[in-house]
Design a protein around this ligand. Structure first.
Ligand SMILES: Nc1ncnc2c1ncn2[C@@H]1O[C@H](COP(=O)(O)OP(=O)(O)OP(=O)(O)O)[C@@H](O)[C@H]1O
Ligand SMILES: [Mg+2]
Length: 234
């Protein structure tokens, strides 16, 4: 279980998360939805440890991660795909994956690499090409593969459908579902794209002004224009 309890966090004197609480059961796949600037990315950064908490706690199982450095949280099993993906454009696909395993044991790293290349044939086919030469969708697959190189228990995805051709978006959704289904990895996905989120997560947690304000089945949200207008600004 990932437990985020009453978390306050932000940038300098600006507080963005105002006592946010959210729990995610092991193996679950949930979406966090909210409009521009609601604090979705800040939430994920607070979980991985690049935005410090001013109060509250973040736990994975019994382990309190609240004051741990990002690399310790990664080792505890938290992996993250940032908004915009942030792959290394000049490094080869293979090196993008290898860099992510820094900190894991070398023997594990080569096993994890083999597994990722087998699971994502497109990465294997393009293994020697620079990451920057891949299409947006392929870069997103690379970012997912990179996150799996740390053998995570929890995968945090920040707007994985952003900037990706509609025809490829379904593939990304299927890939995320497969990672959850076959590996049993808990998935938290932050999105503004409701249709994409609904393909992945049965429930959405709506975020507004730095708090989770409502939990709803994504299929209900799709038919509720009022809720969409209020929380997604569409
Ligand atoms: N590095 C930063 N320094 C200062 N303020 C920031 C920083 N990053 C984000 N903010 C502010 O924090 C608030 C929440 O931003 P955040 O990026 O978490 O929103 P978001 O929900 O992810 O938005 P989007 O959907 O546009 O990605 C915004 O008001 C933003 O301007
Ligand atoms: Mg964001």
């Amino acid at each position: 279980m990932l437990t985020i309890d009453n978390v306050r966090a932000g940038y300098g004197r600006t507080t963005v998360l105002h006592g946010l609480s959210l729990t995610v059961a092991d193996g679950d796949m949930i979406a966090v939805l909210g409009r521009n600037g609601a604090g979705k990315s800040t939430l994920l950064k607070a979980v991985i440890g690049t935005v410090p908490l001013s109060s509250g706690t973040i736990k994975l199982g019994d382990q309190d991660l609240s004051r741990k450095k990002p690399h310790r949280r990664a080792r505890a099993g938290i992996a993250y795909v940032p908004q915009g993906r942030d792959i290394f454009p000049r490094l080869s696909v293979l090196d993008n994956l290898r860099v992510a395993a820094y900190g894991t044991r070398p023997r594990d790293a080569s096993q994890l690499l083999e597994q990722v290349l087998m699971e994502f044939p497109v990465l294997n086919a393009k293994r020697a090409e620079p990451g920057g030469g891949l299409s947006g969708g392929q870069q997103q697959i690379l970012a997912l593969g990179r996150a799996l190189m740390t053998d995570p228990r929890v995968l945090l995805l920040d707007e994985p459908s952003e900037g990706i051709q509609p025809s490829i978006v379904d593939q990304i959704a299927e890939t995320v579902c497969r990672i959850n289904g076959e590996r049993g990895i808990t998935v938290v996905i932050v999105e503004q794209n409701l249709d994409f989120a609904a393909k992945i997560a049965p429930h959405a947690h709506l975020m507004d002004k730095g708090q989770i304000v409502l939990r709803v089945p994504t299929k209900n949200l799709i038919s509720d224009r009022l809720l969409q207008h209020e929380f997604l600004g569409v």
